[in-house]
Every structure is written in C-alpha cells, then in structure tokens.
Design a protein around this ligand. Structure first.
Ligand code: ARG
Length: 581
C-alpha cells in the first residue's frame, strides 16, 4: 500500500504549494517523535519561510486553515506547534479502514513503489581458498536481508556472490591436492575441512622449496588454461562452494549457484579494461605498474595515491576485476543501483574503484554505486572475534554452537516438550538469535558478540520477538476463531493502547521503504521491537478473551493483524517464526 507518510506528504505538500505559492515544495512529513505531538509532524514550512523571509507560524497557520477546509478523510486534527511545525492526528475511522483492509490482504502491509528499479546486491562474497569464518557473517546476513526487503518493495533484485576463486593461493591448493590425489580417501577426507586443508597446504608451501616451486608453476599453468590444472581447480572450487552452501542452508540465505559472480568470470575482460582506461587517457605507469591517478585520492603528505590496475609482471588486481564487474552491472544488467555489502575496511578500495569507473565512463550517471559498509564483530575482549587460542572461528561452528545453546535454553524452560520438538525450536531460535543480534545493530559500528544477550528472552532480541509472536498465536488458538474469516474486523479503538498498536502496525510499509532506500536493517528491528512492546501493553491493559463479544472480536482481529505484521517483518529479516515456543 501507499504508506501513511507518503499519502500525507503528497496531500500536505500540494496544499503547502498553493498556500505559499511555491512549486513542488516538500511538507517533510515525519512520524511524530512523541505521542503528545500527534501521529505525524510536518516540518516543511520552516524551509519555505526561510526562503521567503516570512514568519513560519503565519504560513503554518494558513496551511492548517486550508487543510481543515478540505475535510481530509485521513486527518482528524492539525495543530501549529513551536516555531512552525504542524502536528497531525489521524482519524480513527481511517485507521480502522486501513487496518481492516490489511486484515484481508497481508500484502497491504508492504509498500508499493511507482518505479521499480533493477538493483544488484553483491553480498557474502567469501574467498574460496578457505572456509567461511565469522568475518563473513555480517555481509551475508545484512545483504540477504536487504535483498528480501527490496524484493518485497517490488524491485528487481540481482544477487551477486563475488567469490574470490582466482589468484596465487589456488596454485598452492591444487598442488597439494595433486599430492594427495594418489590416496583417494585422503583427499576427500582432507577436503572435508577446508580450514585444515589450507593450513596443511600452506605448511608444505612454507617448508618445502620444491613444493613452493611446483605451486608457482601450477599458477602459471592454471592461468594459461591447462586442462589438467583447470580440472583440479574446478574440483577444489566445487568443494569449497559446497561448504558455503552448507552455511547458507543453515542460515537460510537465498544465494544459489546461479548468483555466483566469481572473480574468474572476468579473466577475459581484464585486458580490455586496461585498454579502455588507456583510451580515456587515465593510465600512467608507475614503477612498472599501470595506475590511475585521480585528484581526489592523495596520501597523508598530499602525494598522489595510485589505483593500481595492472602489476609490473602483467598480473591484474582486485580492482581490475571490480571494474569489469561494474561494466557488466551497468551494460548488461542495466542496474540503477549496485550495492556492495562489504566490510568497512574495504572502503578506500570501493571509493577508488567507483571513481575510476565513473571517470572512465564504465558506469553512467544512471547507476548509483554504493558501498554498504559494516563494522567488525568483536569478542568480549573488544577485539575481533576469535577462538580462545586466537584462531578464526568457522561460521559453521558458530552456528552449531548457537543451536546447541538454544537447545539447552529451551530444555531448561520447557523440560516437558519432547526432544524432537525442542530440537526443532532450538534450530530456529539459535539461528534467529545470531542473525537478529547482527541486524539489530547499526551496521556501520563494530559490535560485541555476546551469547547471553542474543539468546535472552528479554530486550531487543530474536527470542523476545519470536516469543511475542507465539504468544499472540496462542491467544488466537485459545479463542478458537478463524483469523481468515471476512467478518473478522477491528471495530473499536477506544483504548489508547489499541490505537497506538494499530497505528504502529500500519507503519510497517514506511519502515520497509526506508530500509530499502537507506540500507539499515536495524530500523526494521527497532520497529519490530517497538511493535512487540505495544502489543504487550495492549495485552496487559485490554482484556481480550474476557471482553464483551463485540470488543473481543475487535481485539482478536487487532491481535491477528499484529501477528501478521510481526511475521512479515521477521520474514524480511530472514527470520522464521514459531507457532509455539
Ligand atoms: N571476496 C572479497 C573478500 O573476501 C569480497 C568481495 C566483495 N565484492 C566485490 N565486488 N569486491 O574480501
């Protein structure tokens, strides 16, 4: 549906235009920051008053008078506040109408957009030489959530998993594979744990000069397309992808093999990228390497900072591949946005690559290139999360541990449930806890990973939200009503807790739209946490099952609608709900 904010903005902006005599002004409607300010606030008068050097209260008063004369079906009350803000209170019957429409059609709680875009979301993107570790958690979860949110808005999403599958490490790995090839079982079992496989290969590489030489030769062979080497490399990549897919499956991530955008895909394009840069006169040689110098990139001393696109030995770099990828996203995918959900520590890389791509016209002005940066996941010691012995933690182990901890917790709370059911609950809660703990933090900050808070049933956590949902479901079961029945309607908002709850539910599409635009999933988490809090207040202050029949029906309908909003919101975060907990 069109969001309340959009409708208000349109209508009030139009009236503001005629009252103040300006074209296309923005009424700048925001959700009210406090209930005593009404439901929404329009702050756009200030800017116009400043422009016209007029008293903002005067314009605001005229605007309110004009709006009042229109008998807007949505607006109950308007009030000029402070220097020239307008507080807006919506009509209860309008809220009821929208709420009842959404009861029959849960897609009404999602925004609809006029102009769907094609949006590339580059996320997860691990290096395939090793197994996925905790460093890949954030990008994988945040990226996946953004694709769900944008898809729900109606955009066309192209997921791209830009895995690292090329480069010198693979020479070492396939040489080690070839050594083990004689002993078939040894190879399969060693590949079962890529982490130890990588370590063993690296140990051979570092300690045996002859092995190291073979490894270097094999890189050359691989890059020149030798079939034997290609075959070994493909086997390794396939094995490594299987490990990723295990993790994706555990985490409920939507990426499939069709979404692969491996670095090797661009091998043949790279010489052409250098040629294009040359043709645009952007290339200069520095210490044998091909570089692009752009005026906006300077070092600490003001010295020019190069973007290296080809090494002196002819090899290409991460940035060269990214330029080729940008070209594909621009020319072939015709995307309007290309998002890179990647660690904040790569931000200089992206600034440079984006700037070179724009300077070389590889991406026109119609393509917005955006680094969706995220901070680091820290251990309780305030340093990047590691095992006690200082090793990186495999993502798959972390997820298993979370499910195990959730199982212990559920068993403690619900010892009577049979083991299978406790396990099923634990699998959902354990995964949800890890995802939600991450999504609920502002992505640009570092955060401390803490088992006890993320698995707590209190506070802004997945278990709390999932429990709130299950609680509503249990009320609906007790009432034994058909929640899909046409005659189930919300008919009364006499209690403040009812009104606040319904208004909040109707604001879901606004939040979803904001997340699609600004790419901060924590906005949706905060919303769901507030929604659950409002539901709990409603539940405590408004008797449901014991109310008079008509009020009871209305409150059950409101409870059911709240459950839909909660479920939709959690679904967009990639979190599954449970009917019972
Ligand atoms: N594979 C890279 C890494 O592990 C991340 C790739 C991100 N995407 C991109 N188009 N550069 O750091």
């Amino acid at each position: 549906m069109q969001t309340l904010k959009q409708i208000l903005n349109q209508q009030i902006s139009a009236t503001l235009g005629s009252v103040a005599g300006v074209e296309n002004p923005s009424a700048h409607v925001l959700t009210a920051s406090r209930p005593e300010f009404g439901d929404y606030q329009a702050n756009g008068v200030m800017a116009i008053a400043k422009q016209q050097k007029r008293n903002p209260r005067e314009i605001a008063t005229a605007l309110v008078a004009e709006l009042e004369s229109q008998n807007n079906p949505l607006i109950a009350k308007l009030e000029v506040a402070g220097p020239g803000f307008i507080n807006i209170t919506l009509r209860d019957d309008a809220l009821l109408g929208l709420g009842n429409a959404a009861l029959g059609d849960s897609s009404a709680l999602l925004p609809s957009i006029d102009q769907p875009q094609t949006i590339v979301v580059d996320y997860s993107s691990p290096n395939l030489a090793k197994e996925m570790h905790v460093g890949h958690l954030r990008g994988t979860i945040i990226g996946d959530c953004l694709t769900r949110v944008m898809e729900a808005c109606g955009h066309k999403i192209i997921r791209q998993n830009h895995v690292g599958d090329w480069g010198t490490q693979f020479g070492m790995l396939i040489t080690y594979m070839q050594e083990l090839e004689g002993e078939q079982d040894a190879l399969s079992s060693e590949l079962a744990n890529l982490e130890t496989f990588y370590r063993a290969a690296k140990e051979r590489f570092d300690s045996d000069a002859e092995f190291a030489q073979r490894a270097r030769n094999s890189v050359v062979k691989l890059q020149s397309g030798d079939p034997e080497h290609l075959k070994a490399w493909e086997r390794f990549i396939d094995e490594s992808l299987r490990h990723c897919e295990d993790v994706y499956q555990k985490l409920g991530i939507l990426l499939t093999r069709d979404d692969l955008d491996a670095e090797s895909r661009y091998n043949d394009e790279l010489p052409g990228i250098i040629e294009q840069l040359k043709a645009k006169n952007l290339l200069s040689e520095s210490e044998g390497a091909q570089c692009v110098f752009l005026p906006e990139f300077v070092g600490k001393e003001g010295d020019p900072l190069p973007v290296i696109v080809q090494k002196s030995d002819g090899g290409y770099l991460y940035s060269t591949t990214d330029l080729a990828a940008i070209q594909l996203r621009a020319d072939k995918f015709k995307a309007q946005r290309s998002l890179y959900v990647v660690d904040a520590r790569q931000s200089l890389h992206f600034q440079q690559v984006f700037a070179v791509a724009k300077a070389a016209d590889m991406a026109g002005p119609e393509l917005s290139l955006e680094h969706i940066a995220y901070g680091t996941m820290m251990g309780s010691d305030g340093r990047p999360f590691k095992t006690r012995s200082g090793d990186t933690v495999k993502l798959s182990d972390l997820l298993d541990e979370s499910v195990k901890r959730a199982f212990d917790l559920v068993s403690e709370k619900n010892p009577d449930l049979d083991e299978q059911e406790r396990q099923a609950i634990a699998e959902k809660v354990g995964i949800a806890a890890v995802k939600y703990a991450d999504l609920s933090k502002n992505r640009t900050s570092d955060y401390i990973f803490d088992w006890s808070t993320m698995l707590s049933f209190e506070g802004n956590t997945a278990p709390y939200l999932m429990y709130a949902y299950a609680r509503i479901k249990s009320i609906l079961r007790k009432a034994d009503i058909d929640t899909s029945a046409d005659d189930l309607q919300i008919t009364t908002l006499s209690e403040d807790a009812e009104r606040q709850l319904l208004l909040k539910v109707l604001q879901l599409p606004e939040i979803v739209l904001a997340v699609a635009e600004e790419c901060f999933p924590n906005q949706l988490c905060n919303y769901l946490y507030e929604l659950s809090g409002l539901f709990m207040r409603f539940y405590e202050t408004c008797p449901i099952l014991k109310a008079e029949p008509e009020v009871k029906q209305s409150r059950l309908a409101l409870a059911s609608l709240s459950a839909s909003a909660l479920q939709q919101g959690l679904d967009l975060l990639g979190i599954q709900t449970l009917e019972r907990m």
